[in-house]
Design a protein around this ligand. Structure first.
Ligand code: TYM
Length: 327
């Protein structure tokens, strides 16, 4: 930021681990766009590539997925380029801002193993007998650093990230208590109840790892293929898994006559959903494809964002180093 602002800070991030889907959009990105456009916040939007390194260990893939995610953020209306606009955001890659990993180490020294063992993601991996990397175990501390470095007050996310924000809040409190200074601001999550857990085509939480997604920039063919494979059951009044996705893009009042007219006709209802999804996605898809055709625009935005983020974090790190006595 060129001039220090007194506006509260909002920050969020996504891991570049695969195609952005409707769960990411309705669960988190749409709120980010709305809050950024309100002009009430300083907004920091991050490509969490070091978090993704726990999953993506291939340089070409990492590069492509990171660029795709930055393009996705820009395509949905987070506009890093509108210099002085009220709604401008700082869009950056986590790995471009070394303070994130530096502060993680400091937090590691304050954090206990039993505390991190309570993390849902760790417990899930353990229950599945997965080999757990130190990076996965430590994930909440890197995320705490992401959030706390910017004096973030608001973190718009989906329900699955709630515990991570609690970790950040606890870590801020502990640091402030141990070093006897209010260095860190306590952040709060911003979760929209009705889209806290966006369902996928099988009715479970939409997730890259469950293979049940509808990509946010899907072609008409992919939309058709995914919608036609939505799992339906004939026990109720309407196909609930179809309706749940439809409700993301149309109000219940708009949907009522459609579901009345096609009562019991699941194919017709799925066709209506394909039409509505395609109409919703088409303009986003066009912008996304255009952006992907000019990767230099994306990398320029990321470079500018990284400079702005480093400006903020170097000030914060100076404060932190003073508080812990290494400077
Ligand atoms: P990630 O990459 O798994 O997901 C990105 C965002 O999308 C939301 N989301 C959903 N919301 C509702 N319904 C769903 N089905 C659904 N699927 C995904 C997630 O809740 C999230 O908001 N650890 C984070 C990334 C991160 C971060 C941060 C976030 C790193 N540093 C700092 C906020 C602040 C993650 O893995 O999100």
């Amino acid at each position: 930021m060129s001039s220090p602002s007194t506006k509260p800070v909002m920050l969020s991030g996504i891991k570049p681990t695969g195609e952005i889907h409707l769960g990411n959009y309705f669960g988190a990105m749409r709120q980010l766009v709305e809050l950024a456009k309100s002009g009430k916040y300083q907004s920091f939007i991050m490509v969490a590539d070091y978090h993704a390194l726990n999953f993506i260990q291939n340089a070409k893939e990492m590069r492509e997925l990171s660029l795709d995610l930055a393009a996705a953020y820009m395509a949905v209306g987070l506009t890093p380029q509108s210099g002085s606009g009220e709604d401008r955001v700082v869009l950056f890659k986590q790995s471009d801002v070394p303070a994130h990993t530096e502060l993680t180490w400091i937090f590691d020294t304050l954090t206990t193993m039993p505390y991190l063992m309570r993390a849902h993601a760790f417990k899930d991996a353990e229950a599945k007998n997965h080999e757990i990397s130190v990076g996965t175990f430590n994930y909440p501390m890197l995320m705490s650093a992401d959030i706390l470095l910017y004096d973030t007050q608001l973190v718009p996310v989906g329900q699955d990230q709630k515990q991570h924000i609690e970790y950040a809040r606890d870590t801020a409190e502990k640091f402030n208590r141990v070093f006897g200074q209010e260095v860190f601001t306590l952040p709060k999550e911003h979760i929209m109840e009705e889209v806290a857990i966006v369902p996928g085509i099988d009715g479970q939480k939409m997730s890259k790892s469950y293979g049940n997604t509808i990509p946010l920039f899907a072609s008409r063919e992919v939309i058709t293929e995914r919608v036609m494979s939505i799992v339906t059951d004939s026990s109720g009044e309407r196909p609930e898994n179809v309706y749940a996705i439809h409700k993301l893009i149309k109000s219940e009042a708009e949907l009522a006559p459609i579901y009345e007219e096609h009562r019991g006709k699941y194919k017709a209802l799925k066709e209506a959903l394909v039409e509505d999804l395609d109409a919703f996605i088409a303009p986003l898809r066009t912008t996304y494809i255009e952006l992907k055709d000019s990767p230099e625009k994306i990398t320029a935005a990321l470079e500018r964002g990284a400079e702005q983020a480093r400006e903020v974090t170097s000030k914060k790190m100076a404060e932190v180093k003073k508080a812990i006595g290494v400077a």
